[in-house]
Ligand binder design. Structure first.
Ligand code: GLY
Length: 349
């Protein structure tokens, strides 16, 4: 399993993480944003002196086979071997694609993740899911293979814009909902107007610990790891619809709206408490705004849900909750219930 390090000193923690992976050559993968904003924070560390830099274009549209091939080529030309080490410095796109490139080059070399966005700190960089988009589908090709270490330093968040902050925060709300009421309530209280970074650091640590506990129990998502899919069946459908309409939304925004949908379905199917649904709905509306849909789009949303990777035998599978922390995986829902869920979403978000 991976070593998750809450950084006190990025230099010391990274030095230790690099030393823990004996290697012949060292590569650092950035995108063009983290090259400018994050690489300068570590470039002067003695442990980075021999690093060869590989830079890829930023954003999810470049999470492709072409970009992956460019990374493999750079590794080959840089003399990488199975005993080399890669450090992925960036958001979820960089850690997912870099993790996959490292996991497959010469049948696998070690890699370290330094996530620089809240989304990648609390979700993407932890738990070993690596991959690329393919054939119009997100994360279609990939492997489970954990980073040797994940270094979490919330100092990177000080330059993160509010939208990307909120995007990551949606995954933290999900972690609160699958954990315990106190964690969820703390998340509902947090103020973004005067963000308390010390408190946020503690909340990130708690959030990652929730994910880590689940991933340790079920690394390849045969059972309880499906809890981490809460909000994602509806969320991915909304994300795909937005993309199709040429108005893409950040992943976490779609997850926040998907959580509202699936908490409502939980209320219908498994008796999830209405007051927690209502409070979460208010928080989501206040912070993530609305995502207007019409009844004419229900069939398209339903179709997107039928393509979800988590389905089995053509049945749409949800992760639902009977209460905060009371997780019910593999809950199939019929078309009528899904339409009722979409009605609730259309009328309330
Ligand atoms: N993002 C959900 C998981 O890592 O399983």
């Amino acid at each position: 399993m991976q070593d998750i390090i809450l950084c006190r000193s990025l230099e010391q923690d990274l030095t230790r993480a690099v030393q823990a992976c004996p290697h012949d050559r060292l590569f650092v993968l950035t995108d063009n944003h983290t090259l400018c904003h994050c690489w300068p924070l570590i470039a002067a560390f003695p442990c980075m002196q021999h690093a060869q830099l590989i830079t890829i274009p930023a954003t999810d549209e470049h999470k492709t086979l072409d970009t992956l091939a460019a990374v493999w080529t750079a590794l080959q030309q840089g003399g990488a071997s199975r005993h080399s080490l890669m450090v992925n410095l960036g958001g979820g796109m960089v850690t997912d694609l870099g993790g996959f490139a490292a996991s497959t080059f010469k049948r696998g070399m070690a890699y370290i993740n330094i996530p620089t966005t809240l989304l990648s700190m609390v979700d993407a960089s932890v738990g070993g899911k690596t991959g690329i988009n393919f054939g119009g589908l997100k994360n279609e090709i990939g492997v489970f293979n954990c980073a040797s270490s994940v270094l979490l330093d919330t100092a990177f968040l000080r330059t993160l814009d509010q939208d990307n902050m909120l995007s990551g925060y949606a995954e933290m709300i999900k972690h609160g909902l699958i954990s315990q009421t106190e964690d969820w309530a703390e998340l509902m209280r947090f103020s973004f107007d005067k963000a308390d970074y010390a408190l946020l650091q503690q909340m990130v640590a708690k959030s990652v610990a929730i994910k880590e506990r689940i991933v340790t129990e079920d690394p390849t998502e045969k059972g309880i790891r499906k809890a981490l899919n809460l909000g994602h069946t509806a969320g991915h459908a909304l994300e795909s619809l937005a993309l199709e309409q040429g108005k893409p939304v950040l992943h976490g925004y779609a997850v926040a709206w998907g959580l509202v949908c699936e908490l409502y379905l939980s209320f219908l199917r498994t008796g999830f408490p209405q007051h927690i649904l209502q409070q979460t709905l208010q928080f989501v509306r206040a912070h993530y705004g609305s995502f207007p849909i019409t009844c004419k789009q229900y069939d398209r949303l339903y179709e997107f849900m039928t393509h979800d990777k988590k389905n089995q035998n053509g049945i749409i599978n949800f992760t639902l909750l009977a209460d905060v922390g009371d997780i019910r995986i593999d809950q199939s829902a019929g078309k009528e219930e899904i339409m009722e869920m979409l009605d609730f979403f259309r009328e309330n978000v």
